[in-house]
Ligand binder design. Sequence first.
Ligand SMILES: Cc1ncc(C[n+]2csc(CCOP(=O)(O)OP(=O)(O)O)c2C)c(N)n1
Ligand SMILES: *[C@@H]1O[C@H](CO)[C@@H](O)[C@H](O)[C@H]1NC(C)=O
Ligand SMILES: *[C@@H]1O[C@H](CO)[C@@H](O)[C@H](O)[C@H]1NC(C)=O
Ligand SMILES: *[C@@H]1O[C@H](CO)[C@@H](O)[C@H](O)[C@H]1NC(C)=O
Ligand SMILES: [Mg+2]
Length: 941
Amino acid sequence: MHRLRTTVAILWPITVNQRAQGQSQARRFAAGGPLSTSEPMRNYTASLSAEPFLNGTSCNYVEEMYNAWLENPRSVHKSWDIFFRNANFGAPPGAAYQSPPPLVAPAPGFVDDQLMGGAQPNLEKLVEDHLAVQSLIRAYQVRGHHIAKLDPLNISVVNFDDAPVMLGMKKVAFYGLDESDLGKVFRLPTTTFIGGSESALSLHQIIHRLEMAYCQSIGVEFMFINDLEQCQWIRQKFESPGVMQFTFEEKRTLLARMVRSTRFEEFLQRKWSSEKRFGLEGCESLIPALKTIIDKSSMNGVDSIIMGMPHRGRLNVLANVIRKELDQIFCQFDSKLEAADEGSGDVKYHLGMWHRRINRVTDRNITLSLMANPSHLEAVDPVVQGKTKAEQFYCGDTEGKRVMSILLHGDAAFAGQGVVYETFHLSNLPSYTTHGTIHVVVNNQIGFTTDPRMARSSSYPTDVAKVVNAPIFHVNADDPEAVMYVCNVAAEWRATFHKDVVVDLVCYRRNGHNEMDEPMFTQPLMYKQIKQQKGVLQKYADRLIEEGVVSRQEYEEDIANYDKICEEAHARSKDEKILHIKHWLDSPWPGLSRILKGRAAMVDQRVCDWALGEYMAFGSLLKEGTHIRLSGQDVERGTFSHRHHVLHDQNVDKRTCIPMNHIAPNQAPYTVCNSSLSEYGVLGFELGFAMASPNALVLWEAQFGDFHNTAQCIIDQFISPGQTKWVRQNGIVLLLPHGMEGMGPEHSSARPERFLQMCNDDPDTFPEFAVRQLYDCNWIIVSCSTPANYFHVLRRQILQPFRKPLIVLTPKSLLRHPEAKSSYDDMLPGTHFQRVIPDSGPVSEKPEEVKRIVFCTGKVYYELTRERRNRGMDYTVAITRIEQLSPFPFDQVKVETDRYPNADLVWCQEEHKNQGFYDYVKPRLRTTVNSTRPVWYDPGG
Ligand SMILES: Cc1ncc(C[n+]2csc(CCOP(=O)(O)OP(=O)(O)O)c2C)c(N)n1
Ligand SMILES: *[C@@H]1O[C@H](CO)[C@@H](O)[C@H](O)[C@H]1NC(C)=O
Ligand SMILES: *[C@@H]1O[C@H](CO)[C@@H](O)[C@H](O)[C@H]1NC(C)=O
Ligand SMILES: *[C@@H]1O[C@H](CO)[C@@H](O)[C@H](O)[C@H]1NC(C)=O
Ligand SMILES: [Mg+2]
């Protein structure tokens, strides 16, 4: 009997108050309770098949009785009194269960004991059946997607490695029900919405409605979400009867979008049959999918959408979603970019674009941008998020109501690339959240030539999204209305909960990986099926014509109209033939104009160390109105416990203060954030953030310099090629702790040789104009030996009238080195960053007697001066620090070599000869002296 009570609680988890619980038990009992004492079981069955309780008579009777009992327990039969009491207060464990009496008058001589013996098993059966029905409903919610018709090719290779799915009319025995129970009526639990306004349905109906909700063209994965409200929300969206109905108008719009999407690919194929275009054929419904998300989000108040996507369908998205002028897309096929246009390579697949336009559905302006991206799949994900965050930050959109991101993925890349996971893990962190991203997967069930079973270990390519409890909507992309429906729900989900959501468009790839590629070699069976597959536009058009939504003539006119638009644009693109790079920018940048503002006199202390130098650089920039964002693992305190930019209340948990945000009344905000334990994702994010605003100082700090190599892709693909590739400057700063001091081989080198190897300055040419060097370089690499110089280089990053990435090799032991201090005088107006710090010691007295110039950078300088003193060489050896390694300060180095005409030249570093700076510096030193003197390597220490 104790068991019964628990099951009742499970059946009605929502009814919390006692009265309601009593009522519902009474009502349920009335629904299935015995009508006669002599033949309880038979009548029970009969009552169900006749559905007596649907008209409510008996139900109301019990309810009335219950209400009467509440007022006066003696107003009802004694057995009902016991029943209601037990239902209301819970019988003590072990107490005998009291069955309620029949609704009809008891036969003469009837006793409670007798009734108990007869009715009890029926009640248990009743509860068990209800429980079974509830399990069955739950099974559909959890696993309905396993049997949904998601694959347009119907050869699905999704492999669910658990037991066969026990769903369907024929499987009810699995739940302890019998096929003969299909006619019986069951009350529906509150965790389902299949009843609509009805509170009970026959088992047959229940299964039918669940199959309509969960096993057609849409498969919903959401039951892992551990938030009841969110689960209920999704159930309601998919279970409520009749939700998936569209007006004629909506269907016509959908068809028109399918026409554009399909005919665009066909047009390209006709005109440039031998060009790669990574066609969208087989997933044409991607275009209406995106447009639906945009329409709905615009309705919900979003006015800027930032998108990132890979190759497949990119041109179509540019043309039909961003609505870039077609001639600007077409002229890409006929003309190659001239060197003078900047930007290089396969522009149409990599450069981004932005466009502001009126959304026809909402009549609101909306800005759509597609971010530039490299070939490296998924690398753009964190960059999109960073840029979105920056836009939200600068327009005060703290909840993500106005700016949002959409990320597109291929199935193989989404499952295979780790940066997807890293990006998901940023989604809910306060300093990184963009308040919900809509992910759309073009799941063509193939990655180049690789089958899914070789591409991942999970059933779906989307399982990675489960780590953040994002609901996943799988949908058969050959059913455009289902696609439109899930996209609407996804956009509403994002607007309601501000969390990530995934739309998995299950489709196929009609051609090879690109149009030159023959897929029959590797996927013969799949491609046999694809060859027989009717195109989705044709299927959908036939359906709407049959439904009478459009006539065949209207449909054909629509096609002819769009083809004409393409032809006309093509003609224009031939006239023009010039590609305007201005069209290929993913965001507008307001002009860069900054004036060095007067700097308030600095504090009264006269010296500062490294951390204070940084603090003063930040503080002065903040005061001058520059937003600063510093991100990386444990940056708030600093890896070496030197920074302490966030003060923690020692007594109150989580109460903190950032003093730098309280410097001056009109200062810019300072954001400092400990990141997740990621380099690839976080550096990508900060790069995106820096892209959005040139007037912010955005810094990423590696915990130790060597950790940057897990973010190598961002460095190689985005930061190093910078301007030349992306037609866009970026002022991101990388702080990389570097130094061969005592932390073992792991935490020593930031691998400066790799950064230096990627510098574009010519080792063999002495530059004509030193001032142009900074402007022409791809990035700047510095290794400062004094806090003042670090102070200046950070400020220069903002004060110079252009943006270049800055790589700073930062010190570890120098942080506390007694000599590595700067006077405040070195930071006052009139001082500036020193690319080279000449030796100002005794050597300058008799320079012609100097035998050797030792060039070096960073902390080894302090070791060298100590050693020189110890050896009494203060007059014969000059030590010159090169603080800016790249672009190489040829002009200032030449001043030094000219000053000591009789000295030989040595480069000293503590790194091995094949690492560090030597290979970079040597040819440049040689060029400086026109090869008149040799350059030697000295292994420091
Ligand atoms: C990081 C990375 N590794 C490898 C490649 C080479 N590559 C280009 S497309 C592709 C297959 C992608 O498959 P999928 O993600 O399913 O997209 P689809 O082409 O099927 O749309 C591969 C392996 C790449 N571009 N980037
Ligand atoms: C849309 O933006 C343009 C300028 O970009 C403006 O002229 C127009 O009034 C805006 N329309 C709406 C509906 O806000
Ligand atoms: C950031 O990390 C530091 C450790 O470096 C820690 O003391 C601090 O509490 C962290 N801040 C937050 C907000 O988690
Ligand atoms: C460099 O040396 C070459 C000969 O070795 C000479 O012709 C040339 O004029 C020199 N250049 C300069 C700038 O001194
Ligand atoms: Mg694929």
